[in-house]
Design a protein around this ligand. Structure first.
Ligand code: BGC
Length: 759
């Protein structure tokens, strides 16, 4: 179909010529597309550019006596003068639902005063539940969700978060993070699904389906925003928003698949990586934003910038000599909406650029089309503000139970010498450490506030680890001394004295809440004071249960060598304390598995997929040598794997290989087991990965029970990105590994992958 755009105010011939260029053919227009086109035909350039402008709520609010509310004059200016299409966030405040209703109503009432009455799309980071609404259900962070290896629970958490986000009158969620959690130093590891592309893409697609449902426009679903496209999770320095160097082949092999899957799952919006890759800021990359995203992935939703990132093309990356050039470069590269977020220069520059013919009206119309389409899909034109009475389940016990289950299935038992766990109720327990008595170490960043620093106030009714243990085994059986703050010892003598009187020490180490640059570190080692605390306590001779509450795998090797048991809680959310206490005392059986490689040394940070290649020399002891491997996690029962069976000896093109394996609970208690299937290729045209996760499933087994787990493998599952960036499956021998079982098979194909043409 061809579209000829009618331009209301033509400032120069250039604009006319650009606008009249035929558009490339598109699929047949839907009813919504037609509505959008009709609306666009009525819009002035100013109204269109307004739609592409997103400001933060501070721009339209004032704070009086700590009450943050919409300012009548400011919102009038934003909507009536600048026709702002989107507002985001809330700065350092958590609102109750009533306040959200007032805020969103005030915004949409103003939007209804504008000439075309286009509703505003409000966006928020509801990344583990609806972050900024008090009383909401806060789930474990994504890294912990990944440790559950349970897609169902990710889906349910997505569904509940969508419900509670709509209950806060907000239709757009900047989630999920689909970045590869590759560099353990990076302060946003906990916001990812870990280091494995397959785990990320499957968990990501599940949560997106939960967010968006079958109809993103109904009152219980929201538009997902996959982020941060692309390559954000592996900055060379480990610091947030610093340069990454990622070859195209690696980008396509490890970083791109979760986004491709998310597009297939229907994600309606995308946020761009703030960093630069190989010297090219993503916000300026036409290759990534248009050629790959639109041309290859066929994404047709909104691409929004991250925070101030167009300005940074000038200020930080120095690829634009002026702010105006920055706007031109970004919009021409494929940005649809700018998270400006503080003022209106983007709006002014973009109007000038169109008048000057430096940005075509066709590009503007394309961006506005995407934005308005999502607004229609979300039902915002009919229902700009939801109905307060429609959400009786907000913050309900039913929702909480899902968070409890997620936290319970996430928590990962890494060591359990002599089955010291579970503890017996009634034992004298000494609880200590900087993460023992704060909700910040359970919820992490993006909890009530951006940095999560107010969680003790807003989640005061939830149990910290200490409180949960006290409830579980009785206050009289529990003593507590912090022993250390995050990076300094505190009354260590008191801690040692109390430890001596106890039967067992629960030592809670780790991190407090942070995100983005605030969480940058220069050293992956846990602060020395925490290791010192572990050493002093170990001298008492009492068994130490080490609990790690942290957003990334800090190096704990020395402290961990002193523990009798080690439990990883990640950031397990508002119910994480209770879930941990249930596990420690045997009311629940742990079933989490590590979604990343836990490093042993700060300078040895390899991921599992190329582990063989990290030992340059076969007798080199300094290569891949983690503390715990990706996928590792114990249970209070044991599981035996047997009868790994392949439906045929060879797999041919267009065929399916059915893989079955029997998993038996060989222990004494009921438990859940995540069954992970890896493949490896013996020889390929480029050095193949050591092994790659290709499928997983989680089963629940009673003592003595056996279940047969079935997986299907097709040629595409065995593919890799070759030296010319093409995704190929090469004929040859493969190994399948499930638990301790392995089987080989051959992939037989007569197709020799072409080295030219389409990727
Ligand atoms: C973060 C994004 C977030 C945005 C809006 C940025 O600083 O990088 O992940 O969605 O802020 O809060």
């Amino acid at each position: 179909m061809r579209r000829i755009f009618i331009i209301a105010s033509v400032a120069c011939l250039n604009v006319l010529l650009l606008a009249a260029q035929p558009q490339k053919s598109q699929p047949a227009a839907s009813a919504i597309d037609k509505k959008v086109d009709a609306l666009i035909a009525k819009m002035t350039l100013e109204e269109k550019v307004g739609q592409m402008t997103e400001v933060t709520s501070d721009v339209v609010s004032t704070t009086t006596n700590d009450v943050h509310q919409i300012d009548a004059a400011k919102i009038k200016e934003a909507i009536l003068k600048y026709h702002v299409g989107s507002i985001l966030n809330v700065s350092g405040h958590a609102y109750d639902r009533k306040h959200w209703f007032e805020v969103i109503s005030a915004i949409q009432q103003e939007a209804a005063q504008d000439r075309l009455k286009i509703p505003v799309i409000y966006g928020i980071d509801a990344i583990h539940g609806v972050t900024y609404t008090t009383g909401s259900t806060l789930f474990p962070q994504e890294i912990a969700m990944a440790a559950t290896f349970n897609k169902e629970i990710a889906y349910k958490a997505g569904e509940i978060t969508a419900y509670e986000t709509r209950a806060s009158y907000i239709p757009w969620n900047y989630s999920p993070v689909l970045d590869l959690g590759k560099s353990p130093l990076w302060p946003r590891i906990y916001e990812t699904f870990g280091e494995d592309p397959y785990l990320i893409k499957t968990m990501g697609a599940s949560i997106i389906k939960g967010y968006q449902g079958n109809d993103v426009g109904d009152k219980y679903h929201v538009a997902a925003c996959m982020k941060h496209y692309l390559g954000y999770g592996d900055p060379l320095s480990g610091k947030d928003r610093t340069p990454a160097w990622i070859p195209d082949r690696y980008m396509r092999e490890y970083f791109l698949p979760p986004f491709a899957e998310a597009v297939k799952a229907g994600a309606r919006t995308l946020m761009i990586n703030s960093g630069e890759i190989n010297g090219v800021p993503l916000h300026a990359s036409k290759y990534m934003l248009t050629d790959v995203l639109r041309g290859e992935l066929h994404f047709d939703g909104i691409a929004v910038t991250d925070w101030r990132d167009i300005e940074y093309l000038h200020d930080r990356h120095h690829i634009a000599a002026t702010q105006k050039d920055a706007v031109m470069i970004a919009v021409n590269a494929g940005v649809d909406m700018s998270m400006v977020p503080y003022e209106y220069s983007f709006y002014n520059y973009l109007i000038e650029l169109v008048h000057e013919g430096k940005v075509s009206m066709a590009r503007i119309n394309e961006a506005v089309h995407r934005i308005l389409k999502v607004k229609y899909e979300l039902g915002l034109f009919e229902r700009p503000v939801g109905n307060p009475d429609d959400y009786p389940k907000f913050g309900s016990d039913e929702f909480k139970q899902v968070s409890v289950q997620a936290a319970t299935e996430a928590i990962t038992l890494l060591k359990n010498n002599n089955n010291i766990l579970p503890l017996k109720k009634g034992m004298k327990v000494f609880v200590t450490g900087p993460t023992a008595n704060t909700m910040r170490a359970l919820d992490g960043g993006w909890s009530y506030t951006w940095q999560g620093d107010q969680s003790d106030k807003f989640a005061a009714n939830k149990n910290t680890i200490l409180e949960a243990i006290q409830q579980k085994t009785g206050k009289d059986n529990v003593s507590y001394e912090p022993g250390a703050a995050f990076d300094s010892l505190q009354n260590i003598n008191d801690a040692v004295k109390a430890a001596k009187k106890a039967d067992v020490i629960v030592l809670c180490l780790g991190e407090l809440s942070y995100t983005e640059n605030v969480g940058n570190i220069d050293d992956l080692n846990l602060p020395w004071a925490q290791t010192q605390l572990a050493m002093e306590l170990a001298k008492t001779g009492k068994p130490v249960i080490l609990v790690l509450a942290e957003g990334r795998p800090r190096i704990v090797t020395q402290a961990e060598s002193l523990s009798a048991a080690t439990v990883m809680t990640y950031l397990s959310g508002n119910e994480g304390g209770d879930a941990l206490a249930s596990i420690l005392f045997g009311d629940a059986n742990p079933s989490g598995k590590l979604p990343f490689t836990y490093p042993k040394y700060a300078n040895s940070l390899n991921n599992y997929y190329r582990k063989n290649l990290e030992n340059g020399n076969p007798d080199d002891k300094h290569g891949y040598n983690p503390l715990y491997e990706f996928g590792f996690g114990l249970s209070y029962t044991t599981f035996g794997y047997s009868n790994l069976h392949l439906s045929k000896p060879d797999l041919k093109e267009n065929e399916t290989l059915t893989v079955t394996v029997d998993v038996k609970n060989t222990g004494q208690v009921e438990g859940k087991e995540s069954v992970l299937l890896y493949t490896s290729q013996s020889y390929a045209s480029i050095s193949p990965d050591y092994k790659r996760l290709r499928a997983y499933d989680k089963v629940s087994l009673k003592p003595g029970e056996t279940k047969t787990v079935t997986f299907k493998i097709i040629a595409k599952d065995l593919a890799f990105v070759n030296d010319v960036s093409k995704t190929v499956t090469e004929a040859g021998e493969f190994k399948i590994q499930v638990g301790d079982q392995t089987q080989n098979f051959n992939y037989i194909s007569n197709t020799v992958p072409s080295r030219t043409g389409k990727l």
